[in-house]
Design a protein around this ligand. Sequence first.
Ligand code: SIN
Length: 524
Amino acid sequence: MKTYNFDFVIIGGGLAGLYSAHYASQFGSVALITKSTLDISNSYWAQGGIAAAIGKDDDPGLHFEDTITAGRGLCDNAAVKILVEEGRDRILELLKLGVPFDMTNDGPALGLEGGHSKRRILHAAGDSTGKEVVKYFTGIVEHNNKIKIFENTFVFELIVEDGKCSGLFAVNNIDNENFLFLSSNVIIAAGGASGIFSRTTNPNTSTGDGIALAYNAGAEIADMEFIQFHPTSFYSDTGDTFLISEAVRGEGAYLVNEDGFRFMQKLDPLAELAPRDVVASSIFKEIESSGNKCVYLKLDHLNAEKIKNRFSYIYNHALDYGVDITKNLIPVAPAAHYMIGGIKTDLNGETNVKGLFACGEVASTGVHGANRLASNSLLECIVFGKRTIDAARVNINNETTSDFRSKNIYIEKANETFYIAIKKNIAEIMMSKVGILRDEKSLREALDDIENIASKYNFTENEFYSKKLSDLIQVSKLIIISALTREESRGAHKRSDFPSENSSMKFHIIQRKDAQPEFLPLSN
Ligand code: SIN
């Protein structure tokens, strides 16, 4: 088997992976591994932007307050302080580097999104922030001879001996070649899992592989019940959907129901700009009570040229569905968008497995609590990406183990069709029974349904699609079990059988292989 040695092995090609690879390259050799290509990631698809308190009337303290308020009592204050303070510094560095944020004569153009008390959302090419920032860092890493990029490469197992990670096994999912990577620093930056749900704003590659990898290697997984639903994802009868950025509401769009009534005004003083959990669940209830399939965003009172310019991606994409957003109502409904929980890390990206780190959406640093504030996620990628590398670089030159069983995986192409069909089935179960509003009955049914699927599938050892399916089942179960365990409604986790917040449940839910879920008190 081809064997590589690197000082840092980074799994994931979104902003957390790219930024960490760029920063790590100052200290040693870097492998950047992605199961797809660098233009497919949640970061690439991010529209709204990156939040940072850089405005004249703003302050990291205000950004801190807004993040804590959105997080519904579950944020780790120290992590949030780092996010907002170091976030400001990282953004100023990105501006100096020349990342192409949209500018005004006074400096970066700053947008507004739900839950923010100030305009602090930097954006690029209007509503293509993720794409522009990812393209910028892709250009940098592709020209850096300290970084070797492995695309279409699926990591299927971490090498962990005596609680220490020293590398991984991977396969090229096109030509079936197997690889061994040895490194004293393995960094998982593999993104989220919202692609497990049938209605999602994520690429279909967002299936939580990083979570399954870490879990199987003995890492602690935190707060998987908190899947954040974006309130406004385009609705079409075919099921096709794409994100309609919260920034559209930030520029003055209204949410109306079938009768043209602005229902958010009676539900929250911030109306359309209330925190995301409030807007998403209010839309869900409006849809349920009316029997309609969607609500609408109304923009026809706004300056049409400004809207076309600021939201050119959304404008053009909606036109493909016959909707001119400057004139017509945009049909929208919530969709799974962001995995708030993930691999539990400390403030330096370290997991409970030595040599194993995590950053970006796949990590649970404690910054988002029970409900992520809009546009804090790309910020988290760069702030905790840097901290992770700073912690990891002290391990360079540590010896890696040579005492492990070699592993190969093979790809049975004929299994792909089964995999896709079962993935679709699981996605429908997750959406209908583990969606925006859950209860014990729906969650237990979902668990039974998924175990039933698992019992019928003929899993083959060391086969690629069998492995992918067992990971998908594993991650779905982690979400369901955490959702069953949290018997309250808080932030992104809403239970109709426990409709209120329970002040005695201010804890994290930790899951670990072969153990019952545990409650971890907040460190504040
Ligand atoms: C959006 O543009 O609404 C998404 C921003 C985010 O999820 O943070």
